[in-house]
Design a protein around this ligand. Structure first.
Ligand code: ZN
Length: 272
């Protein structure tokens, strides 16, 4: 199964399996600077690292939303599954009204273009935070790296379709932007809330299951590592305190579960 469907009150949600990322799951000693390979092995405790790409599709009152787009068909051989997953819901990329971008890392945005370089979600408008746009577009415009230029061109060509949301803004009824700054300056998640039910998408708050017990381990792609630790601890504690259904972009598919505290340690309890 490549799409995990549920209802949050009146809002339809499906988690789409876009694929697996070796960027996240391989070379863990490089990904966690300051942590020794022995510490990582002990923390893995025989489990495989996770590199899943879990994209939430949200239908709020007929507005079709997807949060992030993965690597896409032109990205990595192990990714590009969003279209197939949408098909299993009798939807196509052309049905998507809003693409919400939580942050501008390649595993979240590369799928904006399809294999032919055309818009993968041709009828969508795009929403992100102003901080995220400013951090990356400003940086890309002064960079001469070819890959960055290509992405800059794509974003520049899409500029008219972008609008910016701030934390606590509703992008559709029951779908609210949540501040998760630290992984990137404008990193944000979504709170889906309807009929007394809630789902909190915390995206890249962490990248491996062993980070629940090691919230202070820096991840190499965290642009502000100290703020990332502070945000990780604050939001994970909130998830546990409020017993809220939580979604992570990179936990093993579908990336859904609950956070609890056992013996003063945060624990991930996945839900199939
Ligand atoms: Zn990511």
């Amino acid at each position: 199964m490549n799409a995990n469907q549920m209802k949050i009150g009146d809002i339809e949600v499906a988690i789409l399996h876009e694929g697996e990322s070796d960027l996240i799951a391989a070379n863990l000693a490089l990904r966690y600077p300051g942590v020794t390979p022995a510490q990582i092995d002990a923390a893995l405790a025989g489990q495989q690292p996770s590199g899943s790409l879990n994209l939430p599709y949200i239908n709020s009152g007929g507005t079709h939303i997807i949060a992030d787009v993965g690597f896409g068909a032109a990205g990595r051989p192990s990714a590009g599954g969003a279209e197939t997953a949408l098909e299993s819901l009798s939807l196509s990329p052309a049905d998507i009204d809003i693409v919400y971008l939580t942050h501008f890392h390649g595993d979240h945005i590369a799928g904006l273009a399809d294999a032919a370089g055309l818009l993968a979600f041709p009828n969508a408008s795009y929403i992100t935070t102003q901080a995220e746009w400013d951090e990356w577009i400003g940086r890309w415009s002064v960079s001469d790296a070819p890959g960055d230029q290509k992405t800059l061109e794509l974003f520049t060509s899409l500029q008219d379709r972008f609008s910016f949301a701030s934390p606590d803004d509703e992008i559709a009824p029951g779908v609210t932007v949540v501040d998760l700054a630290g992984h990137t300056q404008g990193h944000s998640g979504l709170l889906i809330e309807s009929g007394g039910e809630r789902l909190l998408h915390v995206v890249d708050l962490l990248h491996q299951p062993f980070q629940f017990a090691n919230t202070d381990w820096h991840f190499s792609f965290d642009s502000d590592p100290e703020l990332a630790v502070e945000t990780r601890r604050r939001v994970l504690q909130q998830c546990a305190d409020e017993d809220i259904l939580t979604l992570f972009y990179h936990m093993p598919f579908p990336g859904l579960g609950k956070v609890t505290v056992e013996d003063e340690t945060l624990v991930w309890n996945p839900i199939a």
